[in-house]
Design a protein around this ligand. Structure first.
Ligand code: UDP
Length: 266
């Protein structure tokens, strides 16, 4: 009921003839959500876990239903990771292109899952593959978002030697997103790797400069620098916790917020 008058809301509630708790209004108008390909593995060792995909789609749906304009970038680590194979002797650029193609497989799976829920979506690819995706055209992407469509950006940046985190930062800036929300396996940014150190503490809020000074890993330096230059806030959260994405867009403190105000104060 965000943006409607009290009378309209009350009338709608009366007509529904049951009591509905008013939903908190979203604090963001437009967000870019980066989902890791690796998280799509779920309990599998390879490919896409259907349950995880369905959960992702449900979470994204809830945010779109809340009236937030949503764009998505998804990684490809569950299928192919270019850097790893390049270090095993493959030509780096070739390997990276294969990595970018793997992001398209995930992007298509996500598009399908979202459309099965009734959401209107568009998939744009940074590498031409017109039978399955539109080319990436910024102004067209903006138009889709204005019409309430969920836009998925596949194929990373379209260039080797980059990552999907960089693609996420780049596209977030291009579409004027207010925040880059990065879904990971852990609930935010910790003082140490929480998967190895049980005594690691989580930051609720941290300055970007402190992330650099303390050598904390949020995303690769290219992606992070892009956010830093444009003061684009980043929220890191656990993608496997149901409801977190909606709570984030409703302004709740979930995961860790990286901000660009001031210096290295955490
Ligand atoms: N990649 C690339 N350029 C890009 C984005 C991705 O070359 O702009 C390649 C790179 O090899 C990377 C792979 O695609 O390892 C899959 O992306 P990423 O590892 O970022 O996926 P995630 O870890 O998020 O699943």
């Amino acid at each position: 009921m965000c943006g409607t008058s009290w009378e309209t809301s009350a009338a709608a509630l009366f007509q529904n003839r049951f009591l509905v708790e008013p939903k908190p209004c979203p604090v963001y108008r437009r967000v870019l959500v980066k989902l890791s390909g690796s998280a799509l593995l779920g309990r599998q060792s390879f490919g896409i876990d259907k349950d995880v995909l369905t959960r992702y789609a449900r979470e994204i749906d809830s945010v779109a239903q809340a009236g937030v304009s949503v764009a998505l970038v998804i990684g490809g680590g569950n299928i192919y990771r270019g850097v790893r194979d390049a270090s095993a002797g493959m030509t780096r650029a070739m390997s990276d292109y294969m990595g970018m193609l793997s992001t398209m497989i995930n992007a298509m799976a996500l598009q399908d899952a979202l459309e099965q829920r009734g959401l209107e979506t568009r998939l744009q690819s940074s590498i031409a593959m017109e039978e399955i995706a539109e080319p990436f055209i910024r102004r067209r992407a903006l138009r889709h978002l204005e019409k309430g469509r969920v836009v998925i950006f596949g194929s990373g940046t379209g260039s080797p030697y980059f990552t999907t985190d960089t693609a996420a930062a780049l596209r977030a800036l291009e579409i004027d997103a207010e925040v880059l929300i990065k879904g990971t396996r852990v609930d935010g940014i910790f003082s140490k790797d929480p998967e190895e150190h049980p005594d690691a503490t989580r930051y609720h809020r941290i300055a970007g400069e402190a992330v650099i000074q303390r050598g904390l890993r949020v995303m690769d330096m290219t992606a992070f620098t892009l956010c830093r230059e444009s003061k684009l806030p980043i929220i890191v959260f656990d993608v496997n916790t149901t409801g977190s994405l909606l709570r984030i867009v409703q302004g709740e403190r979930v995961g860790t917020l990286v901000h660009w105000e001031g210096h290295a104060d955490a």
